[in-house]
Design a protein around this ligand. Sequence first.
Ligand code: URA
Length: 263
Amino acid sequence: MDIPLQPWRDTLEDLGLAGLVRDPPALPSPAPRPPSEARPPRPGPGVPPAVQPDGPGARPDPAAVAAAPSLEALQTLIQDCQACPLGAGRIRLVFGEGNPSAKLLFVGEGPGRDEDLQGRPFVGRAGELLDRMIASIGLQRTEVWIGNVVKCRPPDNRTPTPQECQACSGYLRRQIELIRPRVIVTLGATPLRELLGITTGITRIRGQWQRLEMLGGIPVMPTFHPAYVLRQYTQEVRRAVWEDLKAAKNWADGPGEAGAAPS
Ligand code: URA
């Protein structure tokens, strides 16, 4: 089912917020290739191997991951990761994409079928809605960073296990350190649990600022996952997400000190 922009716009108009939704941006032509779309080159002779040669459980060296000097270097390091069973089932690793200096960083759960096929985050139906959510606060997808807790698709789109999330956690943390966002928006329960250890139901906690103790403290705004919004396509849910994203953008745009948490 295609979810057109009009219902989202209608909702905002119902709420007296007409005029605040922009049309989704036309894709530039030709569309820029996100770093994750092209498989990074394998290291040549003389370059240390990205993956420790320790058999079927081969995982990128955690020290190298923690010291990766750029997103591109990190992507190269983890491209062949087999640190958890999801590695064996993936078609493509979904590294994440967007502005490497984004003020807003969105974190979802993990790739689905479309993302696994394309190697890009949020390109299926939930991704279409995420694009519209981002457009509703006046931004384009290319202005933010979009990533996931796990980089490989869990079978049947199930929730990744704590072990799978743990195997990937150093990658997400290094991404956050390299991007240095002013605000992180967590989409649904899994990123909130993995980044902050919060297991309170998302319905109760969404919209309430949290704080990630990294880089002096990063404000975190929990909101609903777009897949949930698709299932519960009510005015109340859409309005809640819009309020959360507006608050996140306002803080990201504002003069707030790095490390200070919004109240
Ligand atoms: N759902 C997610 O959590 N992440 C994606 O990339 C796609 C769907």
